[in-house]
Write a protein that binds this ligand. Structure first.
Ligand code: SF4
Length: 246
C-alpha cells in the first residue's frame, strides 16, 4: 500500500492509463523525460495567453510581445526547427486574436491551480481559462496546441474536461454552463456539455486508477511501447524487441 495522501491529477491518470510502468518510471522513480518540441511549443502558447489575460492586454501587438517574452526555444532539435515553430506560433496567435482575442469576454480566471478530492485522494490540476460571457454564462476553455483536431464524440467523452467540471464544482463552487476545447492550430473552438452522470463516470475511472496506484499495481502495457518516451531504455520495451528478433 502506498501512502494514500499522494496526489492525483489528470496527467497522472492519463499516464497510468497509457502504461502503468510509465507512471512508475515518472512519478515514483522520478525518471526525467527530456523537453521535446511539442511540450515546448505548448508551454510557450499557454504562457503567452496566460500573460495576455492576466495583464489584461488588449492589442494584437501586445499578444505578439507576450509571445516574444514567453517563447521557449529549448526542446527543438535545431535552431531552424525552433524558428519555424516560432513563426507557427505567431500565425496561431494572429488567427486567435482576430477571431477571439480582440473580443474579450470577461475573464474570471486563467491558468488557475485547484485542489479538490476524489475519494480519499487529493486531486490537483490547472484550468486554462474561465470566462463570463455577455449573457452571464460561464465558459471553461481548455487549449490544445497539437496539430490534430478531435471529433465531437472524442470531445464529448474527454476525461479531462469531465474532471475539470468536477473540480470547478468542488473548488470554485459552480459547474460552467459552457465547456469548450480550443484547437489553436485550427483556430476552432468546439463546445461540449457534461452532466452529473458523465462527471460521476470520470470520478469512478479516476478512483479506480488511484486505487491501483495505491496498491502498487504497475503491469506494463507493452502495446504502447512504440509511442513511449522510454522505449529506448525501458526493460519491458527492450525485452519485447528481443522477443521480436527471435
Ligand atoms: S516502454 Fe512500453 S512498457 Fe515501458 S513504460 Fe513505455 S509503454 Fe510502458
Amino acid at each position: 500500500m502506498r501512502d494514500n495522501t499522494f496526489k492525483i491529477s489528470y496527467s497522472r491518470i492519463n499516464t497510468y492509463s497509457f502504461c502503468p510502468e510509465k507512471y512508475k518510471l515518472i512519478y515514483i522513480e522520478n525518471k526525467y523525460i527530456p523537453l521535446n518540441a511539442a511540450i515546448s511549443f505548448g508551454v510557450s502558447i499557454h504562457k503567452t495567453l496566460e500573460q495576455y489575460y492576466k495583464l489584461d492586454l488588449n492589442t494584437y501587438e501586445s499578444m505578439q510581445d507576450s509571445l516574444n517574452f514567453c517563447w521557449e526555444s529549448s526542446g527543438y532539435e535545431t535552431p531552424q526547427e525552433a524558428y519555424v515553430n516560432y513563426l507557427r506560433a505567431q500565425n496561431i496567435l494572429k488567427d486567435y486574436w482576430q477571431t477571439y482575442g480582440k473580443y474579450k469576454a470577461k475573464n474570471i480566471l486563467t491558468e488557475k491551480s485547484f485542489q479538490a478530492e476524489i475519494g480519499q485522494y487529493p486531486f490537483i490540476g490547472i484550468i486554462d481559462r474561465i470566462d463570463e460571457n455577455e449573457d452571464g454564462t460561464r465558459e471553461l476553455v481548455d487549449y490544445k496546441t497539437h496539430r490534430e483536431i478531435w471529433d465531437q464524440q472524442t470531445i464529448d467523452n474527454d476525461l479531462q474536461l469531465s474532471l475539470y467540471c468536477y473540480a470547478c464544482k468542488k473548488a470554485l463552487g459552480f459547474i460552467p454552463e459552457k465547456i469548450a476545447i480550443y484547437f489553436l492550430s485550427h483556430n476552432q473552438k468546439i463546445y461540449t456539455t457534461r452532466d452529473e452522470q458523465k462527471i460521476q463516470q470520470a470520478i469512478d475511472i479516476s478512483l479506480d486508477v488511484a486505487n491501483k496506484i495505491n496498491n502498487n499495481e504497475f503491469v506494463p502495457n507493452t502495446s504502447k511501447c512504440e509511442f513511449c518516451d522510454f522505449k529506448k531504455t525501458c526493460q519491458y520495451s527492450i525485452a519485447k524487441k528481443f522477443e521480436e528478433l527471435k
